[in-house]
Ligand binder design. Structure first.
Ligand code: TYD
Length: 214
């Protein structure tokens, strides 16, 4: 069984479930990959995943993000929550891997909804949609200035609707607010300077999680 605990705010916390967050271009995808490779070399079983997912709801979200469809802003938190629900509880979902004894590394989770979807929707509404989901044991937040994030992603072939500086500046501020609300949740939060060399950040992440390997 997945090791489950209850946080100070009464929320279920899933041990060995690690979430990586940051604005666009913060470097979460690189860190997930480096940490997963390290764990595999060390004999720790890891399942890497991310949101939006590759399932049918996640694919629809990606089409919207690319601008292929337009939806009302209030539809977005609902879609992300539906994708997340399937991601957690569906066949070959996060819970199924935790139950089999894997560590699960997830590139974005509820904190992304709270930082991004609250720009165009009421904060409380997005919170209510996401309060039903368990928290990860560890949250790694990579902080980079919005200008740096935008610089890093500007050479990508496809642009997404949120990838504009003015929007990223708001998301950056919102992440700060979100992190502060989880200070006493029981989840372990580590904030990294995402402008540091990726190898240095990786080493810090590894030494942090290594303590929990047994
Ligand atoms: P991202 O991880 O940046 O994917 P990629 O690197 O392939 O573009 O995620 C895509 C976008 O989705 C990103 O701008 C953040 C956004 N997002 C939300 O707005 N809310 C959410 O709940 C999640 C999970 C992601």
């Amino acid at each position: 069984m997945a090791r489950i605990g209850t946080g100070n705010q009464g929320r279920i916390i899933l041990e060995r479930f690690i979430v990586f967050e940051g604005i666009d271009g913060a470097g979460t995808t690189t860190q997930v990959r480096l940490l997963a490779e390290r764990c595999k070399r060390e004999g720790i079983p890891v399942f890497t995943t991310g949101e939006p997912t590759e399932n049918c709801i996640g694919k629809t979200i990606r089409q919207i993000l690319k601008g292929e469809y337009r939806v009302h802003p209030s539809t977005m938190p609902l879609l992300f929550a539906a994708d997340r629900n399937e991601h957690l509880y569906g066949e070959r979902g996060i819970l199924s891997y935790l139950e089999k004894g894997y560590w699960v590394f997830c590139d974005r989770y509820v904190f992304s909804s709270l930082a991004y979807q609250t720009i165009e929707n009421d904060y409380q509404l997005v919170t209510e949609l996401n309060d039903r989901f368990p928290l990860p044991g560890i949250l790694f937040y990579l902080e980079v200035p919005p200008e740096t994030g935008i610089d890093r992603i500007q050479n990508r072939e496809t642009k997404e609707i949120y990838e504009v500086l003015t929007f990223q500046e708001k998301v950056y501020q919102q992440y700060r607010r979100v992190l502060s609300t989880y200070q006493n949740s029981g989840m372990k939060i580590r904030i990294f300077d995402g402008t540091e060399p990726m190898e240095r950040i990786h080493e810090e992440m590894w030494s942090f999680i290594e303590k929990f390997r047994y």
